[in-house]
Design a binder for this molecule. Structure first.
Ligand code: OSB
Ligand code: MG
Length: 376
């Protein structure tokens, strides 16, 4: 069903200030410089439909090797020319067409996402019905940055608990870990789901230290070691009682299967951008279901575009743990969509409108746009 012709492609950069700085073990951010991809697809009957994708690459190659300027370059000079020379396309053909170009999953994901959005809109199909999801709401978790003082951290956590978030994730690093977790556990009580994310800040030799987190009854420890250290994660999984979850290490279904086989991945964080797109994300979900590995949906401080699509993905049955799919207002005072994701009773509604599930606020989008590149 590769029955669309790729027409005009627009690359838009937007500047989005964060409501408060977000600090992780790899750095602090107070604004997002985001690349959006708009594609026009022509169907066999000649009708033209536009679709939008969001590239999750950060400004610097600090979370993964990709960064926003590089993603824009590779899309313009390598990915789009390859897609155009392949002829007709649809969302399912994008990954295979680009497979011979190595790496750059976030750039590839953004294109596939835009094509998928346009394709779904052209047939008035929702992403939810395309994936066959049945859940109408999903539980909403929040990711909380590293704070300088425990008092400040507790103030932030209490605010998010008051907002209704059903699961708390704390960013940690050596020096801001055991005491921080102990204080938060004390604040939220023994039953509120709690987990931590180290973004690769520890080493294989930190097993005894990380064991000090075991008494706090957490859901998981996310990505304690560098992304390539799969065996190290398997060693930690054997040493520490709290389940080890991988984020940065998981970049494909193939690699996820190997990490599970090696005992390195007891729980999987699936981020569509990191793995090359929503279709690969579904394949990883399906694999984890057959391997009995619990799955949850990660986030990359997405706007309403990525946030809507993530909410649909997370409605698949294998997503048994709350994801980092918070209300848009957790990061942004105003979103670029007219129907931003909100939280109600700790849950987010799964969008069901045609396409990925958002409608753009075009006037506000224009206001925050810093650069537009049109490619034919
Ligand atoms: O490791 O999960 C991560 C944000 C940017 C880069 C990496 C990560 C994160 C988050 C935020 O934790 C998740 C969110 O969007 O809510
Ligand atoms: Mg993470």
């Amino acid at each position: 069903m590769t029955n669309f012709q790729l027409g005009l492609v627009e690359l838009r950069r937007i500047a989005m200030p964060l409501v408060s700085p977000f600090r992780t073990s790899f750095g602090s951010q107070s604004a997002r410089d985001i690349l959006l991809v708009r594609v026009e697809l022509t169907a066999e009957d000649g009708s033209v439909t536009e679709g939008w994708g969001e590239c999750v690459a950060l400004s610097e190659p600090s979370y993964s090797p990709e960064y926003v300027e590089g993603a824009q370059h590779v899309i313009e000079h390598h990915l789009l020319p390859r897609l155009r020379s392949a002829g007709r396309l649809d969302a399912a053909s994008v990954g295979a067409t680009l497979a011979k170009l190595h790496g750059h999953p976030m750039a590839k994901a953004a294109i596939e996402m835009a094509v998928l959005d346009a394709q779904l809109r052209s047939t008035e199909t929702s992403f939810a019905s395309y994936l066959g999801t049945t859940r109408t709401t999903i539980p909403s978790g929040v990711s909380i940055g590293i704070h300088n003082s425990i008092d400040d951290l507790l103030g932030s956590v209490q605010g998010y608990v008051d907002d209704g978030y059903v699961r708390i994730k704390l960013k940690i690093e050596p020096g801001s870990d055991i005491e921080h977790v102990a204080a938060v556990r004390e604040l939220i009580g023994p039953d509120t789901p709690l987990q931590v994310d180290a973004n690769t800040a520890y080493r294989r030799t930190d097993g005894q230290h990380l064991r000090e987190l075991d008494p706090f009854n957490m859901l998981l420890i996310e990505q304690p070691l560098p992304e390539a250290d799969i065996i190290g994660h398997a060693m930690l999984a054997a040493e520490v009682d709290t389940p080890i979850c991988l984020d940065e290490s998981l970049v494909s279904a193939r690699g996820t299967a190997d990490a599970i086989e090696l005992g390195a991945c007891e729980i999987a964080n699936i981020k569509p951008g990191r793995v090359g797109g929503y279709l690969e994300a579904v394949r990883i979900h399906d694999l984890c279901v057959t391997k009995d590995i619990p799955v949850w949906c990660g986030g990359m401080l997405e706007t309403g575009i990525g946030r809507a699509a993530n909410a649909v993905l997370a409605a698949l049955p294998g997503f048994t743990l709350p994801g980092d799919i918070s209300a848009s207002t957790r990061f942004y005072a105003r979103d670029i969509v007219i129907d931003p994701i909100t939280i109600s009773d700790g849950h987010v509604k799964v969008p069901t409108s045609p396409g990925l599930g958002f409608e753009l606020d075009k006037a506000f989008l224009d206001q925050v746009t810093t650069r537009t590149t049109t490619l034919h």
